[in-house]
Ligand binder design. Sequence first.
Ligand code: GLP
Length: 248
Amino acid sequence: MVTMQIFCEKDYDAMSRRAAQIIAAEIVHAPGCVLGLATGSTPEGAYKYLVDWCKAGLLSFRDVRSVNLDEYKGLAPDHDQSYRYFMQRNLFAHVDIRPENTRVPDGLAADPDRECAEYDAYIQSLGYVDLQLLGIGRNGHIGFNEPGDCFIRETHVVDLAESTIEANSRFFASPDDVPKQAISMGIGAIMGAKRILLAASGADKADAIYKTVCGPITPRCPGSILQLHPNVVLVADEAALSKVNAAS
Ligand code: GLP
């Protein structure tokens, strides 16, 4: 049974605009809100809209706090494929968010387990996330919670799936350059968010979106846990929703 609110948009740009509107509405409603942010090609368009609206004086990130979903293990913040670098380039450097109010897991942490524990403690200290933006992997991963035998509650170090390494190799010179591990927020913090905004675009996400929305709730498709969250908005284009629409 489909309980999520679903926006079916024509294409990537319309999906991006709708996602940005939902994020902007959250900020206008609660200027000091905690945003859970995502990386990847899916949210880039939404971030562009948010930057434009901020530059036009329609929106301010002055009191917003943010936590990111994940970071590659072993990449420095200034590595051009690190997620910290992505956030700087696509959002943080162009809006009035305070740098000290942004947090991305430290991919270079000397003690990764401690970094994970501190990350969860930080999210808890913020009172959890108000609006969590999520993309989805072709294999159904959210953040870097890869398909497996169980859902992992805490922020953790994850071995990336071969399919994820292959999918993300488009950003690196060769698949060998893609880090094999990452630090990812766990399912506990994601599901602890008061509201979740899942964004998806393109036919290569249609299967993952179908399983997330209509499939059994299983760690084999981590996105499917979102069916248990009471406040999820899915914003997707027609291509990503094609299998859901065909089934309903
Ligand atoms: C990445 C990220 C996810 C992202 C997903 C899809 O590896 N860890 O947070 O949602 O894969 O990425 P894209 O939006 O580029 O398709």
